[in-house]
Ligand binder design. Structure first.
Ligand code: ADP
Length: 683
């Protein structure tokens, strides 16, 4: 048993812990999921906002670059036209150097202008006035590769063409990136302009582009040729845009590097707004979680308080019941249900047809209804409570003590009545017991007084009885033994007087002995003798009441051992009671008193087998019988139903019989009346 408990308990504990963990996990899992989702959403939004910002910057840069490329292209085109204009038809070739010089003053991006013949031999050349001479006359022959490349392309296209850029070292150190422009002339020959790429950038690209950005020409493979603009600041992010400038004969890349403060967490208002909203959202989430935690704690506290209250209500032995203002039962505790034997559902059933409660005794329902109506009308019950009678489900009634008080809710409004019930049937039983024992005590006291009086009386009566006896024997002596006629009858009467006086003396002595509890003389008496002794007196009363007497004695009965006078008194008493019971008007014609003596089944007072033989005397009548209430108190001293009765007869009879070791019982007679039986030990 204990082993089983030992193995079961941890399993149960583990199961409970698992269930608790599960519910906790379920509760927090949703919160966790929400937090994760919101975090992911926020990160995504911030990231998207950042990306959007970057794209915007990049797009602006691309736009700027495209504009710059368009500027460069149109600049190059314009320049080519300007160059061609120097050799327009009708222009004076002699004045070409002058015109070229003027042009060079206007275009700082050109280093030198040349007029070459069809074999690319230089005819005229003018250098820019803004620089020291960079391009050497010697190196600019007809077979200079860059110029010949550009002019070959120009020839092929029939329009101006460019050479790839080439590096020209400068005498003082360093060098310069140069690109040649070759414009074919209608009259034959070429005009060649040498671009300084760096100056081309300065002159042809708007100054706004170089502000805060680096603008550079690069080759297709990314090799930087010339660069312009501010250099990169630390802590910034580089945005790059490059576009191809496709020129006839060659191509160049324009690359623009822009810087923005990076990484920028709040790049603009949108991101800042999103971030602020996100922070607010997270704060709300945190507050919500805190609130939920508080709620959970309150819920737990509430559940604990409720469980405590329920345990309290369930364990009290006082019945509790709540009623609403319409008198319907809204709550009952287990003690009340146990008290009345109805289930809570039966008690709280809304039965409009039967407004009375099921535990109201039917005979009192009307009164209780009135009491309830008074209560519902606002009548206050007594503070000290009041007593009432309720009915159990099995129909038994029991007394209850009721305390009632108005039921006031949290808003100080009366919502009904609360009642407490105490079952007082046990108290009542104890009170009844103590009352009965009190009564018995009083009866015993009276019995003792009666005993004293009887003893006194017997003492006082001895002398007059003795006087009667001696007068009687004196009279008999005077009459003489041979009295005749009337005298003989007088003598007979006097003899009877003497006998009865003697008998009275014996009764008095017996009572005296009985009261004083002296050892009484027990003698063997034939049952017939006992019956014969009482019959004359019984007959006297029988004649008066019109009762027929039947005596039945079993043959050869043994003698009984008894105090003869007392047993005769018992027989007389029982016979007298029987005749009095048949004294009613409905008994006329059926007044039969039956005295019967027989061997009894061996039964002593204690109802035990003790080897002795018993004789049973029975006195049966056809009287009114004994009701249940009377039967209960029949042998109680001083209990009587008769106006002139003492109520001592039966109690004395039982005492006498029990002193002999026998028992006195009674039972209903058939067809009516009562049979009293008592047993006495036989010899
Ligand atoms: P008493 O005769 O003075 O009334 P008892 O003790 O002899 O006192 O009898 C007590 C009561 O028992 C009587 O008042 C009577 O009501 C009832 N009683 C006794 N014997 C009989 C009987 N045979 N039939 C009906 N009632 C009887």
């Amino acid at each position: 048993m204990s082993d089983a408990l030992l193995t079961v308990a941890p399993q149960r504990w583990a199961l409970l812990a698992y269930a608790r963990l599960r519910s906790l996990w379920q509760r927090w899992f949703l919160w966790l999921l929400l937090a994760v989702l919101v975090s992911v959403l926020l990160v995504t939004v911030v990231w998207l906002a950042g990306r959007h910002e970057v794209e915007q910057v990049q797009a602006a840069l691309d736009r700027d670059t495209a504009d710059a490329v368009a500027d460069l292209r149109s600049g190059f085109q314009r320049n080519a036209q300007s160059l061609r204009a120097t050799q327009a038809p009708g222009a004076d070739p002699a004045r070409w150097p002058e015109v070229a010089a003027a042009l060079l003053r206007e275009h700082r991006e050109w280093l030198r202008l040349e007029w070459r013949d069809s074999a690319l031999r230089p005819l005229q050349a003018v250098n820019t006035p803004y620089r020291m001479r960079v391009l050497d006359e010697d190196t600019r022959g007809p077979d200079q590769s860059d110029v010949s490349l550009a002019c070959a392309a120009a020839r092929k296209l029939g329009a101006s063409a460019y050479s790839p850029s080439h590096y020209v070292p400068i005498a003082g150190g360093g060098g310069i990136e140069v690109m040649e422009l070759c414009v074919p002339i209608d009259a034959g020959g070429y005009l060649v302009a040498s671009y300084s790429l760096r100056d081309a950038l300065i002159e042809l690209v708007g100054p706004t582009l170089t502000r805060g950005q680096e603008v550079a020409f690069t080759e297709a493979d990314g090799t930087r040729l010339v660069a312009l603009g501010s250099s990169r600041r630390t802590g910034t992010r580089v945005f790059t845009s490059q576009q191809l400038i496709d020129l006839p004969g060659t191509s160049l890349m324009l690359r623009v590097d822009g810087w923005r403060a990076a990484p920028d967490l709040f790049p603009n208002m949108l991101t800042a707004l999103v971030t602020a909203i996100s922070i607010a959202l997270v704060s709300v989430l945190v507050l919500l979680a805190r609130d939920t935690r508080r709620r959970l704690r309150a819920e737990r506290d509430l559940a604990d308080a409720l469980a405590f209250r329920k345990a309290m209500e369930d364990s009290v032995i006082t019945g509790l019941r709540a009623r609403d203002l319409r008198g319907r039962i809204t709550y009952v505790n287990p003690a009340f249900c146990e008290m009345v034997g109805f289930s809570p559902e039966e008690l709280m059933a809304d039965n409009a047809e039967a407004p009375e409660a099921p535990y109201w005794p039917t005979e009192l329902a009307h009164e209780y209804q009135q009491r309830q109506a008074r209560r519902l009308a606002g009548g206050m019950p007594p503070r000290e409570g009041f007593e009432s009678v309720f009915m159990r489900k099995d129909g038994t009634r029991f007394p209850v003590l009721i305390f009632e008080a108005p039921l006031i809710n949290a808003h100080k409004v009366q919502t009904g009545w609360m009642s407490a019930f105490i079952d007082v049937s046990e108290q009542r039983r104890i009170e009844e017991l103590s009352r009965a024992s009190q009564e018995r005590l009083q009866a015993s006291a009276r019995l003792a007084t009666v005993g004293e009086m009887a003893s006194l009386l017997s003492h006082e009566l001895t002398q007059p009885l003795a006087a009667i006896a001696s007068y009687a024997s004196g009279s008999l002596n005077l009459l003489g033994p041979d009295a005749r006629g009337d005298q003989a009858e007088v003598a007979m009467a006097v003899k009877r007087i003497a006998e009865q006086a003697d008998r009275a003396g014996q009764v008095i002595r017996s009572v005296h002995d009985f009261v004083r509890r002296r050892d009484r003389t027990r003698e063997a008496v034939a049952p017939q003798a006992l019956i014969d002794a009482v019959l004359p007196l019984v007959r006297l009363q029988a004649r008066k009441l019109g009762v027929i007497i039947e005596v039945v004695l079993e043959d050869r009965l043994p003698a009984v051992m008894c105090d003869r006078t007392l047993v005769e008194q018992v027989l007389l008493n029982l016979a007298r009671n029987a005749m009095q019971a048949m004294d009613g008007p409905d008994n006329v014609g059926s007044r039969v008193l039956r005295l019967r003596v027989a061997r009894a089944v061996a039964m002593g007072a204690a109802g035990q087998e003790d080897g002795r033989r018993w004789i049973e005397f029975s006195v049966a009548d056809l009287g009114s019988g004994i009701s249940e209430e009377v039967a209960e108190r029949l042998f109680t001293p001083f209990f009587t139903t008769r106006a002139d009765g003492m109520g001592l007869g039966l109690s004395l009879c039982r005492t006498v019989v029990e002193q002999h070791g026998g028992a006195l019982v009674f039972e209903p007679n058939k067809p009516r009346g009562t049979v009293f039986r008592f047993t006495l030990p036989s010899t």
